[in-house]
Design a protein around this ligand. Structure first.
Ligand code: KG4
Ligand code: ZN
Length: 383
């Protein structure tokens, strides 16, 4: 089989990204234009602004990905694009551009699920390191701003299928990081800031009760009742976010949070020293304890699922997989059980298009191409 060079395009949220990947195993170029500066003043992603920024960035980002890869529009073998899940207006920018390119260049068009992309980020980098042997069953934790989902991943010939065995009932883990950072006046996105600040606080200072799932899943009518084994692998992070809010209120920290927020927005690119200069001990301890609670819950539930399904290989991927404490805790705890755990490198943990081009490769081999009239699906399910 000759090499296939796939141009990947990703625009599901607040990053406009394009990449060229060779045969699902080598990142030839990888360009990510972040919109953080645009959304920062609002403390979160503003969908209309995201679409506008994607429109601005898509052409230069794709052009740079091709130039960096020493490719041209006509020398790539296929165009892959994120179909969903994500913000509909944002997805549409990438999809419309990918369709136009595929039509004009007469190239195959491949629609990719963003979550499958996160899983293939791990596979891509393992292959790149020369690791082509994968032990099944594989369990993948996709933990990002929009998802905290556990999938059993299977490969039959070239195609991959996925079975969801757990998901968040409310906030995703990344969303909890972002909301807590906002409450504390630490800005957006919250994950990377909390990651760095947590190392300066005491993770045992504030006790958070373990997250509990008491209600039936409203989105899944066939879901089990409380007490059933199936509930063990679902997640819930809105309770811990509320506990942080209560802590802020009972310790009368609101005014200090507002002072911190104003001070930090006035600094164009705050560094760790700037953040530390504006955080007292109470705040640092709260941040460290919050992160520890989330990490312990993610690791505990994922390893319980791994045991229940007799898993041979664990993947941890998505934006929150960039978190230092999450990585160390997974590595330490999985090693105790002799379970190999793989993460993407940090640049491929958060949103990028190399993962989209990598996930498209098996579909390219299977000639699983998208029709020209396919549309964005904001709530696309991974199967
Ligand atoms: O995968 P991603 O880039 O976009 C989505 O698909 O959502 O994930 C973004 C999320 C954000 O919530 C961000 O705060 C979180 O990942 N994140 C982190 C870290 N880096 C990004 N969370 C914890 N620690 C980090 N180092
Ligand atoms: Zn993502």
């Amino acid at each position: 089989m000759p090499d296939a060079y796939i141009l990947g395009i990703e625009s599901s949220c607040d990053e406009t990204a394009a990449a060229v990947v060779r045969s699902g195993e080598q990142v030839v170029s990888n360009v990510v234009a972040s919109q953080i500066a645009t959304h920062q003043p609002y403390g979160g992603v503003v969908p209309e602004l995201a679409s506008r920024e994607h429109l601005r960035a898509i052409v230069p980002v794709v052009r740079k990905a091709l130039t960096d890869a020493q490719h041209t529009y006509s020398s790539v073998d296929a165009i892959a694009v994120t179909q969903g899940p994500g913000l509909a207006g944002a997805l549409l920018v990438g999809i419309s551009y990918a369709k136009a390119l595929a039509f004009a260049l007469d190239k195959p068009l491949i629609a990719v699920n963003h979550l499958e992309g996160h899983i293939h980020a791990v596979l891509l980098e393992e292959r790149q390191k020369g690791n082509h042997e994968l032990q099944f069953p594989v369990l993948a934790l996709v933990v990002s701003g929009g998802h905290t989902h556990l999938y059993l991943a299977e490969q039959k010939n070239e195609s991959w299928t996925y079975q969801n065995i757990g998901h968040t009932r409310d906030d995703a883990a990344g969303e909890a990081f972002d909301k807590v950072a906002k409450l504390l006046g630490l800005g957006y996105p919250g994950g990377p800031v909390i990651d760095r600040l947590a190392a300066h606080g005491d993770p045992k200072a504030v006790k958070f009760p373990p997250s509990q799932i008491k209600h039936r899943d409203r989105r899944d009518r066939k879901a089990a009742e409380p007490g059933d084994d199936r509930l063990r692998f679902d997640f819930s992070y809105s309770g811990i976010k509320t506990a942080v809010l209560r802590y802020i209120e009972t310790h009368e920290m609101q005014a200090a949070c507002e002072v911190r927020r104003k001070a930090l927005v006035s600094i164009s690119r705050p560094n760790l020293e700037d953040y530390l200069a504006h955080c007292d001990r109470l705040t640092l301890d709260l941040v460290a304890s919050f992160q520890r609670a989330i990490v312990d819950d993610l690791v505990g539930k994922t390893l319980a699922a791994a045991q229940a399904y007799d898993i041979a290989t664990l993947f941890v991927t998505g934006g929150v997989a960039a978190n230092n404490e999450l990585r160390h805790t997974f590595e330490r705890e999985a090693a105790k059980e002799g379970l190999p755990v793989f993460f993407p490198s940090r640049p491929l943990s958060t949103d990028n298009a190399a993962m989209i081009a990598a996930a498209a490769y098996p579909k390219f081999l299977a000639k699983d191409f998208a029709p020209m009239d396919f549309s964005a699906e904001a709530s696309l399910v991974l199967r």
